[in-house]
Write a protein that binds this ligand. Sequence first.
Ligand SMILES: [Fe+2]
Ligand SMILES: [Fe+2]
Length: 325
Amino acid sequence: MAGAPGGSRGSELEASPELVTHRTSLWGMELGLQEGANFVLREKVVRVMRIAFLGDVVGEPGRQAVKEAIAWLREQWDPDFFVVNGENAAGGKGITPRIAYELLRYGADVITLGDHAWDQREVIPFFAEEPRLIRPLNYPPGTPGSGFVVVEGNGKKLAVISAQGRTFMGVPVDNPFILIREILPELRAQTPCVLVDFHAEATSEKLAMGWHLDGLVSAVVGTHTHVQTADDRVLPGGTAYITDVGFCGAHDSVIGREKQSVIQRYLTLLPTRMILATEGIQADGVILVIDEKTGRAQKIERFQLPVGLRTVVGSSLGASQSPGN
Ligand SMILES: [Fe+2]
Ligand SMILES: [Fe+2]
């Protein structure tokens, strides 16, 4: 069952039996099954794990979006776990212990990070105290914190890995393609349900990681660009994939920053102070439905949840790319 690093390719997630546990879809479309009921096909019940993953939280507007989104998703979808990327949660730059606790209080079960993990110095000793805060796996040995964690809840167990890409990221981190495969046997000995947050700039690197891990993990979700992509799907081996889930914060902006300050930088090439935007607050992410026994993904659905409106929209409201994501 466990995937040996560098071993043979192919799906190690067992083929999933027919869907027997239903939900009303996130978009309100009935799946043809009655709300609240379990159905048995061929006398086999599939227990599913639902995970809500929320993209990079940008500053106070992002934290507000997370607070409201978690409450709404809990009501509508009842996820077993919430995983939140918190790399921009402190004013756009990193995370502090106080803000990490704030996100945990709102309901996050795991907080992943990225290239901004180290922006706030006080977080460095905090990694030893709070295992639910994880930094990218592929930093040199001796780096504070862990790149993965296994959490339990509702009688279910989920492993989460944070990893960082190397293309156009400016940081010479170790090879995530090799290191993730190396850590998988240890995690899959504990649970078949493994979620990877791959924090990277290049679409090609993220897609390559999705295919590299197809059949070995339950989901590979991309973060860092802050722009939600429309390529969510379950790959043939049973791994849910999306290039980028988007971000939580003010979307009337350039990836969470005030538009004029970013435009000014492109006009003049002079350093400008990046100011956080405040309008159009929205939480972006995905809902994952995983076969709890096999770890195989059954479904991935994107959401873009405007704060205050309590409405889910399913298409592009993203922002353009700029430095600082
Ligand atoms: Fe990032
Ligand atoms: Fe980010």
